[in-house]
Design a protein around this ligand. Structure first.
Ligand code: ADP
Ligand code: ZN
Length: 290
């Protein structure tokens, strides 16, 4: 049996298939244009494998409807990407594939990948954030996603403005929430340069690290997880983690005793593959339940 993975991102879709041991057999990228165009490519890709395909795991940009009893379960709902608003993603897949489909957010699948075979392996409580085009967060407890009326939107938590920062924030909903202050586009809007074009000794990294440390602080006090993983493009600045640890220690003031910070606030072991492995692992688990 083989398993399928769809990472549905705002700029591109990454589709993969893997064997029972989750060795990736083929992987392709498609640009995210309209549902009609992009989904036609997705369907065509998986059709080749239909005979042996056991299940497909999907991690989608959102917000999405994750409630099985809802009439719009499996839909992308109120996304700013107009063509994808109220789009029946799982329904479209089900039209072409009579298979179990795992459906959750793009950041939840990355959390799951790290839980199954990355920094969360063997731990019971894992939180994953991506600091990229947006900021997203997902949390797992004993292999289940933490959710209620919907999936978490932890990237929009409020943060305190750094005293040396006069940027007003770029979140269209909240201005200076975490995403509005610390996502890649916020860096670019504030400095007129992309994060990847700043040098390692740019003083801005102190400010960025402070926002990430505030996020880790809030997460620590709300969930006391076993590990907090920060991935996404902006975290490719590996030198920043030391600054995050320092700022976190200052913020926390010893109020709780966390695990050793080098094991507690970390970057993903699977790097850019966390989402793919998460989708595949979710797909594999679905076939085992059926
Ligand atoms: P996405 O969020 O779209 O899935 P990424 O996680 O790669 O994609 O995030 C893209 C954002 O990360 C962009 O705003 C980009 O400027 C920023 N970024 C990418 N690489 C780096 C880097 N090496 N250092 C800092 N910022 C980066
Ligand atoms: Zn926001």
């Amino acid at each position: 049996m083989i398993y399928g993975s769809i990472e549905a991102g705002g700029t591109k879709f990454v589709c993969s298939v893997a064997d029972e041991e989750l060795n990736i057999q083929e992987r392709v990228n498609f640009p995210t244009t309209t549902p009609k165009e992009t989904m036609a490519l997705v369907v065509e890709f998986f059709k080749k494998y239909q005979k042996n395909l056991g299940a497909i795991g999907v991690g989608s940009f959102g917000p999405i409807d994750i409630h099985r009893e809802s009439a719009t379960y499996g839909y992308i709902t109120s996304t700013p990407k107009l063509a994808w608003q109220n789009y029946d993603f799982v329904g479209e897949l089900k039209k072409h594939f009579d298979l179990p489909i795992a459906w959750t957010t793009d950041v939840n699948v990355a959390a799951y990948g790290e839980y199954v075979m990355g920094r969360g392996q063997g731990l019971s409580s894992v939180v994953y954030y991506t600091i990229g085009t947006g900021v997203g967060g997902g949390a797992l407890q004993d292999g289940r996603f933490i959710e209620g009326f919907s999936h978490p939107e932890m990237g929009h938590m409020l943060v305190q403005r750094h005293p040396a920062d006069d940027f007003s924030g770029s979140c269209p909903f909240h201005g200076s929430c975490l995403e509005g202050m610390a996502a890649g586009p916020a860096i670019e809007k504030r400095l007129g340069k992309k994060g990847q074009d700043l040098t390692e000794d740019d003083p801005y990294w102190e400010i960025e690290a402070n926002y990430i440390a505030q996020c880790a602080y809030n997460t620590t006090l709300m969930l006391s997880p076993d590990v907090i993983i920060f991935g996404g493009g902006v975290m490719k600045q590996h030198h920043m983690m030391k600054k995050v640890h320092q700022a976190f220690t200052e913020l926390l003031q010893g109020y709780v005793t966390t695990p050793d910070l080098v094991d507690y606030i970390v970057t993903p072991a699977l790097e850019d593959n966390a989402g793919t492995f998460g989708c595949l692992a979710l797909a594999k688990e679905l076939t085992m339940q059926y």
